[in-house]
Design a protein around this ligand. Structure first.
Ligand code: SAH
Length: 226
């Protein structure tokens, strides 16, 4: 049963990738990314009441007003990180831990930060139970990144920021890549690819219009979004 639903989901991700290629420039995703999407059991990251919908190509509630992202978006963002088995990657917004699990199949080490303590704890024990041993989680405000573990080959932000957080750009290695949704909450947001070249020069490219829950910066009350 799950097998059939999973195959349909993978086909939908491929279709949506093709349809959005005029914007993203990518008509297909790295087969390794698709393999990770096939291997990680999304149903294990979904609250009981919604488990039937685990293999639908849509976001789902995970409590605390947060959501697990749409599988197509997870796959697309992961693809643009261009991870190798040697990569170290930072995720801001652990949520359910699903995106971190996908990253863990493609990178050497994944660091992930979540500001809602209950979600951080639940994701940590879920990832451990499922055997994703190369993921380290932390309960904190991820707006400032994870200085002690920096620099990173790749950074993925899974909540919408009002602007690109400077500390995250700082913590990117030369040659590093960051994928981040930027814009106002409940309004138009743009998924951006931020690259840092060998000389440290930053380039920003728009990939797609998206809708994410807000990145909450607890240390700067002026941008408190709730
Ligand atoms: N990647 C997640 C989905 C993330 S939803 C998954 O695979 O399930 C976005 C998450 O970002 C939410 O859990 C929210 O609590 C968290 N978040 C919002 N602002 C944050 C911040 N400043 N630092 C860390 N996490 C944050």
């Amino acid at each position: 049963m799950i097998d059939k639903q999973l195959k349909r989901l993978l086909r939908e991700i491929e279709n949506e990738t093709r349809l959005t290629a005029p914007f993203t420039g990518r008509p297909s995703l790295d087969p390794r990314v698709m393999q990770a999407m096939a291997e990680v059991p999304r149903d294990a990251f979904i609250p009981d009441g919604y488990r039937d919908l685990a293999y639908d190509n849509g976001p789902l509630p995970i409590g605390y007003g947060q959501t697990i992202s749409q599988p197509y978006i997870v796959a697309l963002m992961t693809d643009f990180l261009e991870l190798s088995p040697e990569s170290t990657v930072l995720e801001i917004g652990t949520g359910s831990g699903y995106q971190a699990a996908i990253l863990s199949r493609l990178a050497k080490k994944v660091y992930s930060i979540e500001r809602v303590e209950e979600l951080a704890k639940a994701a940590e024990s879920r990832l451990k139970k499922l055997g994703y041993d190369n993921v380290e989680t932390r309960h904190d405000n991820g707006y400032k990144g994870w200085q002690e573990k920096a620099p990173f080959d790749a950074i993925i932000v899974t909540a919408a920021a009002e602007h690109i957080p400077p500390d995250l750009v700082e913590q990117l290695k030369p040659g590093g890549r960051m994928v981040i949704p930027v814009g106002q909450p409940r309004a138009h947001q743009e998924l951006l690819l931020v690259t840092k070249d060998g000389d440290g020069e930053i380039k920003v490219r728009k990939l797609l219009d998206v809708a994410f829950v807000p990145l909450v910066n607890d240390e700067y009350k002026g941008s408190q979004l709730f």
